[in-house]
Ligand binder design. Structure first.
Ligand code: AMP
Length: 455
């Protein structure tokens, strides 16, 4: 790295951008901004990894706006820059940051899935200079010929790995094809540069890119205290959750659950306990989701309960506690979830409740973090579940037995003790799933299979 810029002024940014940054009290660039901005300002394509909360949005918005301010549009009719983000919430947040930087200097538009198509046609008729969009809806506009991308100068893919995980590869290719890539600069941001599909997409979309890797996703979030607790079943997890919310010091908390139904159910339960709580999930209308996110950002709720739809890129500075009521299926998602706290140097805590159904996901997280995780306990709320021993080859065939519970000693890590012989019997507290035992003592209710959140 040849250049080191102490302040944003040292990059030679347009005075309007400097003023906007001053206004927001931003003076010193973060690592990703230090590394990525000179590359983008020199006109190179970029493939960058950066952990959540690192300041990556400004790392691309500032040089993008600088470029648009300093050069003439290739076409009066077409947008000059297009920013794609995997979720509506993230796209909205990028749009808000963009607006705060460029004021009324550029005509900017936000095109989200789930919002009124005809309203968006009207927006497009006003010929926006910059569009922030989710990929599905943008591709729909290309299909309906309401938008042309021939004059596109900058294509920016934020959280490209996540867009690919959500199945947006065809839309991304469609968008790439629609733009004249000979005159275009393309920037791709991803949580990690190890994502095979993202690398394949980069090979198609990027032209001799420079690579910048800052804080790959599996690096520790130093400012976040991570704790793990074992939970026997749903009732036990709820008791742990109640205790944590009553005893942890936090400004705002986000709780992640595996299913949409659980967000609603837990929100209702916490409201009854007097906590201002709201649920957020993909079954809600876009207007409702926007309203909830705005209200949460303005601290009208203390607790937000959500599925992974809100786990990426959201910039909620007041959140100092994240609770994984259920473990996420993918370890990368764990890193993104806990990245909702400890933003921009603030400290936070992330507490994960690990039940029998979470065990495999937990082991993946443990391997991903390259740590031997110890469980912490709450006095009086210790459960019986101590983990599951690894599945033996003979048991792993389809229809084979489920892994047996691990009955370790208190405080002993399952990983270390897994080699010891264990009884194949399930512990008394393990009901075969985390179904909610009904009040009348009938069989536990099984949860529905979680639906993935999509755009
Ligand atoms: P991001 O990673 O883009 O989601 O940004 C995370 C948070 O860091 C946002 O609240 C930004 O406003 C903040 N941020 C971005 N750049 C800086 C900076 N250079 N100095 C202080 N805070 C920043």
């Amino acid at each position: 790295m040849a250049q080191h810029n102490d302040t944003f002024r040292d990059f030679g940014l347009d005075i309007r951008l400097i003023r906007a940054l001053d206004h927001q009290g931003l003076e010193h660039p973060t690592d990703i901004q230090q590394e990525a901005m000179p590359v983008v300002m020199a006109g190179f394509d970029l493939l960058a990894s950066s952990k959540t909360g690192s300041g990556k949005t400004l790392a691309y918005l500032l040089p993008a706006l600088q470029r648009l301010m300093k050069s003439r549009a290739l076409s009066k009719r077409d947008p000059r820059a297009l920013i794609l983000a995997p979720t509506r919430e993230l796209a909205r947040q990028v749009y808000v940051q963009l607006r705060s930087l460029c004021g009324s200097h550029f005509n900017i538009a936000l095109l989200l899935g789930g919002e009124n198509f005809n309203d968006q046609l009207k927006t497009l008729r006003r010929q926006p200079d910059v569009i922030v969009a989710t990929p599905g809806r943008l591709a729909n506009h290309l299909d309906s010929r309401s938008l042309m991308l021939n004059g596109l100068e900058l294509l920016i893919l934020d959280e490209a790995d996540r867009m690919l995980d959500l199945g947006f590869a065809p839309q991304l290719e469609r968008i790439h094809q629609a733009a004249d890539h000979r005159r275009r600069q393309t920037l791709m941001f991803s949580a990690t540069l190890d994502h095979a599909e993202a690398n394949a997409m980069a090979a198609k979309l990027l032209n001799a890119p420079k690579r910048v890797a800052i804080g790959e996703a599996h690096t520790e979030h130093k400012d976040i205290e991570q704790r793990f607790m074992l939970g026997d079943h749903l009732d036990h997890k709820q008791a742990l959750l109640d205790h944590l919310l009553a005893n942890e010091a936090y400004q705002q908390a986000i709780i992640f659950t595996a299913t949409r139904a659980d967000t609603e159910r837990l929100a209702e339960r916490l409201q009854q306990q007097g906590l201002t709580t709201t649920a957020l999930h993909g079954d809600m209308s876009q207007a409702e989701r926007n309203r909830i996110m705005d209200a949460f950002a303005r601290s009208q709720y203390k607790v937000l309960i959500t599925t992974d739809v809100a786990s990426r890129g959201l910039d909620l500075l007041q959140v100092s506690l994240v609770i994984n009521f259920d473990m996420p299926k993918q370890p990368e998602e764990y890193v993104h979830r806990i990245g909702r706290t400890g933003r921009a140097g603030a400290s936070g805590a992330a507490i994960s409740l690990v039940g029998p159904r979470d065990w495999d996901a937990f082991k993946r997280v443990e391997a991903f973090l390259q740590r031997n995780i110890r469980f912490s306990h709450i006095e009086g709320l210790q459960g019986k579940f101590k983990g599951l021993r690894p599945v033996r080859k003979a048991q792993s065939k389809p229809g084979g037995k489920k892994p047996a519970p691990y009955k370790g000693k208190k405080g002993q890590t399952p990983a270390r003790a897994a080699a010891k012989p264990v009884s194949p019997k399930r512990p008394a507290g393990f009901t075969g799933g985390e179904g909610l035992g009904s009040a009348d003592g009938s069989a536990p209710l099984k949860r529905k299979k979680p639906k993935p959140e999509q755009e």
